[in-house]
Structure formats: C-alpha cells, structure tokens
Design a protein around this ligand. Structure first.
Ligand SMILES: [Zn+2]
Length: 257
C-alpha cells in the first residue's frame, strides 16, 4: 500500500520554509503527499483587502503544492484565528481521517507565534483522534485504524519564544534540493513582492537559504538541512516507529552523533 505523508502548516509558505525539502524527498521515496495550511494568509499584506489576498495566497499555495505533486487541502480559518477549539479541531480531524497519513509533518510545539503553536496542537490531536468513533468530526468521516508517526519541524529561527536554541533529534540533508525548495517558496509571489519591497531584493528567498544554512551548520555535516523532532509514540504508533528515518536514512544525521 502506498505510504502517505501529510504536511500541516499554519500559513501559506510555512510548509515551504520548514518542511518542503523533507516532503519532496518523501515524494521521491514513493509517498503520496498532502499539503494543508490551517490559516488562509489573510493578514500577509499591507496592500490588498482580505478577500483579494486570501484568493491570491490560495492560488499560490496550490501552485506550490502542485509543483511537488502534493494534494492541496483548503485552509479552515484566517490568520491569528488559529485556536485550539472544537470547530477547528473537528474540521482538521475530518481531513486527517480522509488523508490517513503514515507520517504527519507539522510545526514545533514551541514557535515564535501562536498560530504555529496552535497548528501543532491541532495537528497532534487530530492525528490522535483518527480512530475514535465517538469524536465528532466535520464533515463526518469514518475512523482510520492505522498507525501514524508525528514529526515536528524546527521553530522559525530555530529558537523558542524565550530565545532558547531548539536542537532537533535529527537533520535531513536538503542541499541538493535547496534550489527546488526555493522555487516552491517563489510560488508565493505576493509574499515575495511584499518582503522584497520592504526588506530588499530577494530577501524572501534568501531568508529560506539562510535558515536552512543555519540548520546545516547545526548538523555539523550538511550545507543545507531541515531539523526534526519525533513526537512521543503514545496514542500514535509503536515506540520504535520512525518511518521518516527509515525512508531517508542515507541523508540523515542524528543530533547526538
Ligand atoms: Zn507562519
């Protein structure tokens, strides 16, 4: 049976920044890929009204997902409206059952802003509730019984909100996929334009290179890398299950090696 990977980010472009290299590599390994941002990017502008920017960012995210062959899932709330509440959880849980992933990629449990942190909580609990028939999901959807392993990306900037450095469990080498990864970020034209104008030419894309280079330096081995931490197995999978490392083993180095 085809294995499935589901990337759940907060905003359009978060998957590209923090998870895209690993997601592409899972696609190369034969995984079916799924892409969803909880929020619709409504606040990512000083120029357009809400309706316009939401439609622009939806198109951009769909283009980025399509460029790696990932199935796009619609956002379910606005920026700064990502709360760990029942309606949002019920909707994400329905999508989680529909996708039935073997691997979930999502944000760090601690990150620089609450949409990211809450997205992580929502994704973890939606995965946890995948097999619980008495948990109502919107729209209603049958439960799934398969195991799932959840992995957390690095927080944006590699630091928690109290400025402490976050060391991942392991690093994935994305050096030879870096420019493809940058190309997926470049699909987010509205964000590139905004940040390039306010912060200088190509600053948007360069920020990604700089972040991946920083993680690469942390790895002590790779030029560009993404860092990951594996969620505790309880309620999700077997203690030793680590499908990401199994599949991408030859381009992974552990933090303590
Ligand atoms: Zn974000």
């Amino acid at each position: 049976m085809t294995k499935v990977a589901f990337a759940v980010g907060a905003h359009p472009d978060d998957i590209e920044f923090l998870m895209m290299g690993t997601l592409m590599l899972l696609g190369d390994a034969g995984f079916q890929l799924h892409y969803m941002t909880i929020a619709n990017g409504s606040l990512g502008t000083t120029q357009y009204d809400t309706r316009t920017i939401v439609e622009m960012r939806r198109e951009e995210a769909m283009a980025a997902a399509a460029s790696i062959g990932a199935e796009y899932h619609e956002s379910i709330c606005s920026d700064l409206d990502v709360f760990f509440d029942r309606p949002t959880l019920a909707r994400l849980s329905s999508t989680m059952r529909e996708v039935a992933p073997d691997i979930v990629l999502t944000h760090s449990p601690v990150d620089y802003m609450e949409d990211h942190t809450n997205t992580c909580r929502l994704a973890v609990t939606a995965a946890f509730a995948r097999g619980m028939p008495n948990f109502p999901v919107t729209p209603p959807r049958a439960t799934v019984s398969k195991k799932v392993t959840v992995y957390h990306a690095q927080p944006y900037s590699n630091h928690d909100p109290l400025r402490q450095l976050v060391i991942p469990d392991f690093y994935v080498d994305v050096t030879d996929r870096q420019e493809e990864k940058v190309a997926t970020l470049a699909k987010h034209v509205s964000q590139k334009q905004w940040l390039d104008e306010s912060q200088g030419l190509d600053s948007y894309l360069q920020t990604m290179r700089d972040l991946d280079a920083a993680v690469g330096r942390m790895s002590g081995r790779f030029e560009y890398a993404e860092g990951w931490r594996r969620h505790l197995h309880l309620g999700f999978c077997a203690e030793d299950d680590d499908p990401l490392c199994e599949v991408l083993g030859d381009r992974i180095v552990d933090a303590d090696s």
